[in-house]
Design a protein around this ligand. Structure first.
Ligand SMILES: [Zn+2]
Ligand SMILES: [Zn+2]
Length: 246
């Protein structure tokens, strides 16, 4: 089964990542990806780019070598209300958006507050993907999240970097397996992402593939294989420019 898409990656602009857009696109072409999403950290992450960066994404071509490029953002969830750190008018012009819990921007709270933040992100029509909902530092009610993701056509991510044994998130494998079992039961798709912070990691999901297998998760619910599934899921949610040009 081919993995055609990697929608969550970072370049130099994120401040703690190390490759250029051109290097990332080249790596995607070498790995055989059809589509690469570049999603820099949003402005509340220390060291990342200014909000102006996200307002000028039309300056970049949407194709390099053989790879279609999507430009967007990895937003920071700021509170249980699901507020994020870019305005809707900026998000409306993006090709792809991810929202995640990050410790510099959201101090871990109880399961109720953490879950509320993620549920509000799922309901947000400007958010396409929930990034790394596997981090045990933020306990979540996976049953509630999966049900709401199905209702609002928001994709849940299986994040390869989270599953790296050298990673800093906690209990990610156990949490992913729990979430995948619930996704399977409700027929809810997931998307595998590298969360690459260097070009070599683009389009590679060894840990995510292992967890998919361990959970017995069906290939036909993985959005990386089928652009139709990705587009159908997201198109149900909204009809934005960018992504739907492809
Ligand atoms: Zn990062
Ligand atoms: Zn993240």
């Amino acid at each position: 089964m081919n993995y055609l898409l990697d929608l969550h990656t970072h370049t130099l602009a994120s401040g703690h990542a190390y490759s250029t857009i051109t290097e990332m696109a080249h790596a995607a072409a070498m790995t055989g990806l059809d589509m690469l999403g570049i999603t820099e950290h949003a402005p509340e992450m220390p060291g990342t780019c200014h909000s102006f960066y996200f307002m000028n994404l039309n300056a970049i071509p949407r194709k390099m070598e053989s790879v279609k490029l999507l430009f967007g953002v990895e937003l920071n969830l700021l509170n249980a209300d699901g507020d994020v750190d870019l305005p809707e008018e900026t998000l409306a012009k993006m090709d792809i958006t991810i929202a995640s819990l990050h410790t510099p921007c959201f101090k871990p709270q109880g399961i109720k507050e953490n879950t509320q933040a993620v549920l509000n992100a799922i309901k947000n029509p400007y958010i396409d993907i929930i990034g790394h909902p596997d981090d045990g530092r933020y306990p979540l009610d996976y049953e509630a999240i999966v049900k709401e993701a199905k209702k609002y056509h928001t994709l849940l991510e299986i994040n390869n970097a989270s599953l790296n044994p050298e990673g800093f998130r906690k209990n990610t494998r156990e949490n992913d397996i729990e979430m995948l079992k619930i996704c399977k039961a409700y027929g809810v798709p997931v998307v595998l992402s590298s969360d690459a912070h260097y070009a070599d990691a683009v389009g590679k999901f060894p840990f995510a593939k292992e967890v998919i297998k361990a959970a017995g998760f069906p290939e036909n619910l993985i959005a990386n294989h089928k652009k139709e599934l990705l587009f159908a899921t997201l198109a149900e949610k909204k009809n934005r420019s960018g992504l739907y040009k492809f």
